[in-house]
Design a protein around this ligand. Sequence first.
Ligand code: ADP
Ligand code: MG
Length: 562
Amino acid sequence: MQRSERSMSISIKILPQEVAEKIAAGEVIERPASVVKELLENSLDAGSKKISLEIFGGGSGLIRVADDGTGMNPQETELSLERYATSKINFLEDLSSLQTFGFRGEALPSIAAISKIEISTRTVDLPYGTKVLVEGGKIIEVKEIGRDTGTTVVVRELFFNTPVRRKFLKSRNTEIRHIIEEVSDQALANFKTAFQLIVEGKQILNFTQTEQLDERVGQIFGKDFWHETVKVQAEVFGLSLSGFVSKLSFLSFSRPRQIFFVNRRRINSRLLNHAVYLGYGEDLGHKHPQIILFLQSEPKEIDVNVHPTKREIRFADEGAIHHFVFTAVREALKIKETEKTIELSKPEPHFFRPIIPEEGIQTAFLLPEEKKEPKVVIPHFWQLHNEFIFAATKEGYIIIDQHAAHERILFEEALDKTPRESQQLLFPLTIELSPAEFQLFEESVVIFTRLGFSLRVFSGRTIVVDAVPVSLGRFADARVIKEILNELVSLPQVPTKTLEEKIAASYGCKAAIKSGQELSPEEMNFLIDRLFATQNPLLCPHGRPTIIKISLEELERKFGRE
Ligand code: ADP
Ligand code: MG
């Protein structure tokens, strides 16, 4: 890596005031995952091939990052803790050719100010290393040590001297999830480096060194990912784009994982997001694609100095970037269309697995026995465009949105603590979860079991679904488990909601009958029965109406019969 040579020849110095003043400084350490981000970036900037991260107590107890990078000599080690001390830029103009993640010289002093930090490091050209102990920003001890080339930073008791911040930390598992996401992001963008993450003594992630992005993507997202996405690859002068977006048949109703990297830096960008959505055109409808895209551009075309945590950047030529990304995505999806015809000849996995064999299918929705026989009493139901159910009432008729109605039913079932009945799957389904999804799975398996799923861990991060809730009827799709977990790990955290509430909302949304699904009269009847048994039958969990009532009077008025 060219960076390693750079940081060896240029030692750390304090940025001149006028440069320091112009860099977008700010609070960068919000939570343990921010420490992880900064330390990993430093290790990567030091040209490391192998990085090991260990955490205890959700990261606020201890974070240890060990790398095999260039290391620092004794003077550099002490200097690295000074504000605006960096080896990565000298002048503001250097930003236009920036190859490193860091450039502000702020991370180490910011972390050191709010924790007990220990840095031990050695460069290749010195026979001994250095160890520095710092507490609340003050150097306590500096000594010579023996060690390999590289750097180990240990951050203990984060926020120990800022009790308010400490109080705002989320549950240990939430913080761990953020850390897993952070490591996975860095690992995606830096596939030539090996990463491991050890949480409370247990190895959670182990990404070996690879030469291919695809290989790293597979390590992180599992093999299902290849089936669900198309590859995007495009290049024009000075710009290149690579990565993956959902196939048209794997779009989802809620926003799944959408990740952009620009020059290996994970960023949020409405511009890029918009360009991708535009690439799908009308095919998208109200759905959302998974996105994992890497854009490479010349550093001078990008301003990284606009946001304290560097999560946002500015493009010099927004129009050109937008057009490039839009076209690349559109082309990738077009190619996929032709491939699709080939794929169809292979047996596709069932989207909706038939659960009850043959003649049972139509009545799978009918749970209580007595409802099976008296077909005669079924009132007149009529399904319009496989989306709305019309039912006659004494005063007129009602129109029910089948998805919203089922959503309300499932949502309330999930919030109610009674264990629900299960139906066995004919073919148990194995699902590979991402590390973050698996972490959440372990926390929420009790809740899923209560809903009527039967789940077990198969090996590693692969789980098996043996049974699904009876309430899902013949539309049950065991993969909803992954969809829910994925939604919950990618959603912004809503601190006021419990895990149960979040799962209930997501379960209702994802597992409910979709519009477009044809229902038998029995199924319609059952749905309406169950809807009226809920606490709040008139609204779906998002607050939209489930039912519209039209009275006879209203009809008569409309026909001018008054
Ligand atoms: P920045 O990354 O913006 O330069 P930091 O405060 O993160 O600022 O780090 C200060 C300096 O310490 C870096 O510029 C680098 O020279 C040195 N440094 C920090 N971490 C490491 C590491 N893991 N290996 C080698 N040098 C490091
Ligand atoms: Mg840094």
